[in-house]
Design a protein around this ligand. Structure first.
Ligand code: TMP
Length: 248
């Protein structure tokens, strides 16, 4: 059989198609702020691949269908090929990042919340952004429906699924003294039109993890990509540390 390999580069992952199978290669490439900052950090790809594997297996056991098929050590994952839904789904338990920025710009992203880094959002909140535009842009549910990206029913499913993913990850992380401040996930559709959790999940690239002891003392200690975004520490050190705390 002839083996045809095709490779396509994303910001931090390469997508490889080989012999009818699809693989994600998690690289050490790191970007932030829609690609304005760019660097490479040793171990990053491997940590994100291993952590995604860890969480995808938990999600499958919890009955959440995902595109995960197999882990190919150290930094490759076989996935089911999906048609990606062109939105990013963000869940927030605490105020941080672009939500804080919106408060600072005088907007009011959610009423009844203290506009301060680290303020808890009772019952959490969900947001959606575009995925394939040059800059991620916040969109509302009506625009998602009007664009024909999802039906009402599919959007309800994604909302419920995201809430459950938050509950599952938050519970596991709190047992390890880690607060899940927020996270981003993506979904895709398989050949039957079923919606599956896609991309990566539970990595320091796509989540904000805060040390719970520090938080109790009024200090936000980031164990995620914020150390790179805001130059608060060495990404490789922090990623290896969070990997060990979650998986070992
Ligand atoms: P934000 O506060 O910058 O909107 O980010 C919310 C969460 O989503 C945070 O955990 C980081 C993650 N995220 C991504 O994974 N990819 C992105 O492109 C962005 C903007 C955020």
């Amino acid at each position: 059989m002839t083996s045809v390999t095709r490779k396509r580069a994303g910001k931090s992952k390469d997508i490889i198609k080989k012999d009818g199978k699809t693989f994600f290669e998690f690289t050490d490439r790191t970007t932030a702020f829609d690609g304005i900052k760019k660097d490479e950090f040793p171990h990053k790809g491997e940590v994100c691949c291993r952590l995604s594997t860890y969480w995808f297996e938990i999600m499958e056991r919890e009955g959440i269908p995902t595109h995960f098929r197999a882990f190919v050590p150290p930094n490759i994952m076989e996935v089911e090929y999906l048609e990606i839904i062109p939105i990013e789904v963000i869940w927030r338990n605490f105020v941080a990042g672009s939500m804080l920025k919106r408060y600072e710009l005088g907007e009011n992203p959610k009423t009844g919340i203290e506009p301060r880094l680290g303020a808890r959002i009772p019952d959490g909140t969900i947001e959606f952004t575009t995925k394939f535009e040059e800059k991620d842009r916040l969109i509302d549910e009506q625009e998602i429906i009007d664009s024909g990206w999802l039906t009402h029913q599919e959007l309800d499913y994604i909302r419920g699924c995201t809430r459950r993913i938050n509950e599952i990850m938050s519970r596991h992380l709190l047992e390890k003294g880690i607060i899940l401040a927020d996270f981003k996930i993506e979904f895709g559709k398989d050949a039957e039109g079923d919606i599956l959790l896609a991309d990566e999940v539970g990595t320091p690239d796509g989540c904000r993890f805060w040390d719970q002891n520090s938080y109790k003392q009024g200090v936000i200690e980031s164990l995620d990509k914020d150390v790179y975004r805001y130059e608060k520490g060495d990404l490789s050190d922090v990623y290896l540390r969070i990997y060990r705390r979650i998986c070992e």
